[in-house]
Design a protein around this ligand. Structure first.
Ligand SMILES: [Zn+2]
Length: 274
């Protein structure tokens, strides 16, 4: 938006009761959510913003929280999200939920490519895969993330299967929030799906024929992944399988097919349809 707006004049948002007023650090990087045009019965035109129906989780991939905050709030940084949860579990809001924050970039889910217009974004301070050893998310931080997610999902009536990681909607270029993120903890609080896969030692690779692979790709598309049904185990399919495993079987991310991965795809689709 927002060269013409003095963000310091923006009121503290009242989206969530979890925010303390001193933790409102407004970003210049936001704009209006995409408008939809509806024709009323009378023929009159009515415009409204795209409905918020997705929650998207990220890690900051920054060494410090201050640096993340700088990137997420300044024109030089050029990106933003609605919330940032620092390493101690402090919740900072940078963009009011009614506005479109700039966190998803080139992405796709269930045919929608303007993910920023339909989602709320939470950045979680973590150095991510920039380090050789990925630092875990701390207990206080995860507790804050979980409460914030539960609050957002409840207020905005976001469906379980629309609580996603950045790598779900941009599997070809993003890894966050990473295999070290505890989706099972969120699910215990009623946020998102968790499929409770068993941790086995061996995962024999499976090679599907063209027909079975088409079927699997169709199921992944039905879940929401941006994928073409080609009947080939192409690079995009490998990226999507990797993203799926990172989210639903984080203890074994191979990018390859095995029996358990195929069963988890079926299980998730069944739960979404239920
Ligand atoms: Zn991200």
């Amino acid at each position: 938006m927002s060269e013409d707006i003095d963000v310091s004049l923006l009121p503290v948002p009242t989206d969530t009761a979890l925010l303390k007023s001193e933790d409102w650090v407004p970003s210049v990087n936001f704009n209006e959510r995409r408008a939809t045009v509806n024709l009323c019965g009378s023929g009159a035109v009515q415009t409204a913003c795209v409905k918020i129906d997705m929650l998207l989780l990220h890690y900051t991939a920054t060494p410090t929280n201050d640096y993340a905050l700088q990137l997420l709030t300044t024109a030089e940084g050029g990106v933003s999200s609605h919330y940032l949860v620092d390493g101690c579990g402090r919740i900072i809001q940078m963009v009011a939920e009614k506005y479109r924050a700039w966190h998803a970039g080139v992405a796709e889910w269930a045919g929608e490519t303007d993910i920023n217009s339909c989602s709320i974004g939470i950045e979680i301070q973590n150095q991510g895969y920039a380090l050789e050893r990925v630092p875990p998310y701390g207990e206080a931080q995860m507790a804050a993330v979980t409460e914030l997610c539960a609050d957002i999902v409840e207020r905005n009536k976001i469906k379980l299967h629309r609580v996603l990681g950045h790598s779900d909607v941009a599997p070809h270029r993003k890894q966050d929030p990473g295999a070290h993120f505890d989706w099972s903890l969120l699910a215990k609080r009623g946020v998102g799906h968790w499929l409770s896969p068993e941790e086995c030692e061996e995962f024999a690779p499976l090679h599907l024929n063209e027909v079975s692979l088409c079927e699997l790709q169709r199921k992944l598309v039905a879940i929401g992944y941006g994928l073409e049904v080609t009947g080939e185990f192409d690079q995009r399919t490998e990226f999507v399988i990797t993203a799926f495993q990172r989210h639903y079987r984080p203890f074994k991310v191979t990018g390859q097919l095995d029996q358990q991965t195929i069963e988890l795809v079926d299980q998730l689709l069944d739960e979404i349809k239920a």
